[in-house]
Design a protein. Structure first.
Lengths: 157, 163
């Protein structure tokens, strides 16, 4: 059973690499962890991304850390903003460490007994880029007190 | 609606039904919306978990929702926003959402089937995994809502339970 999980995770890892090769992305492979790290350049920001199959839950998980640390005095507003955003995003979600101030976008796809294709990985990356680009500046404005929590949701993307 | 997406959505919905039939569970099927509702009971802890599973054709997405049995009163929603953010941060998959307008908390898992050939095992995983997560947090969230524990204690319990 454990062997099955390892084999399946390696197959998913190969699919991740093939999906990135198709897009001609430069990426760093960690073969021990079966993780891949790369950066996507958006219109006005670079988005670091990490994708890896999680053998325990048999999901492939993409994470993109937002390059902002939320100061302690803004964490309640950011928590409320994230709770609001997560109701609006159909796939993927933001997580927020209210203790350390880190914000991460995360998207997961189960692969239990699945045949996962490159298109799925590319779709996860596209979704992450779209969502992170939409909300990155808003988080910055909120943290710097340039918008109120009420106005946070009114900014045009 | 794109016919290919509609047909694929119907196919995925049929796999969902086969999964529930295979487990011999009772469920309410709403084929017109590709939605299935059912409840699982935890006899030891004397509570039930409601499931809403939806196949969204146009997004090629499966959504699993488990609404919690209580509504968070308005004055406690900020504390819950912080508690749920911290809970979500520590979860491997899935996340809790809170509707700030009515206080409804749901555990939510999404799974895309775009370029992903799935079978009954995936639905089994989504159902079982979400059950385990909610089962692990249900008492703590109820305790926070009933003021049996503070927000600080809730966060402390999250850390302690991981060790």
């Amino acid at each position: 059973m454990v062997d099955d999980k390892v084999t399946q995770a390696k197959r998913v890892f190969d699919t991740i690499c093939a999906a990135l090769d198709d897009r001609k992305f430069n990426y760093v492979k960690n073969e021990d962890e079966l993780a891949v790290e790369f950066t996507v350049s958006g219109e006005d920001l670079d988005m670091p991304m990490r994708i890896k199959p999680n053998m325990g839950v048999q999901s492939v998980i993409l994470t993109s850390v937002i390059g902002l640390t939320v100061p302690e005095y803004r964490r309640t507003d950011v928590a409320l903003a994230i709770i609001g955003i997560n109701n609006l995003i159909p796939n993927g979600f933001f997580v927020f460490d209210t203790v350390g101030g880190e914000i991460v976008f995360k998207i997961a796809t189960g692969y239990v007994e699945c045949l996962l294709g490159k298109g799925q990985i590319q779709s996860m990356i596209d979704t992450a880029c779209e969502v992170v680009e939409t909300y990155n500046d808003r988080f910055l404005f909120l943290i710097k007190d340039m918008v109120s929590l009420r106005d946070f949701f009114k900014i045009d993307s | 609606m794109n016919k290919r997406l509609k047909d694929r959505g119907d196919e995925i919905y049929d796999i969902l039904i086969e999964t529930l039939e295979g487990r011999k569970w009772h469920y309410d099927a709403h084929k017109e919306d590709n939605v299935v509702l059912f409840t699982l009971s935890n006899s030891e802890k004397n509570y039930s978990l409601r499931y809403v599973i939806r196949v969204i054709d146009e997004l090629e997405l499966i959504e699993v929702y488990l609404p919690m049995s209580f509504l968070v009163p308005e004055e406690k929603r900020t504390d819950f926003a912080i508690a749920l953010c911290q809970t979500n941060y520590r979860l491997v998959d899935g996340h809790y959402v809170l509707d700030m307008t009515d206080g409804q908390i749901c555990f939510k898992m999404g799974c895309s089937y775009h370029d992903n050939l799935i079978g009954e095992e995936l639905f089994g995983y989504l159902i079982d995994f979400s059950y385990c997560v909610v089962d692990a947090h249900n008492d703590m969230l109820c305790g926070l809502n009933d003021e049996k524990i503070t927000l600080k204690e809730y966060i402390g319990l999250l850390y302690r339970n991981e060790q």
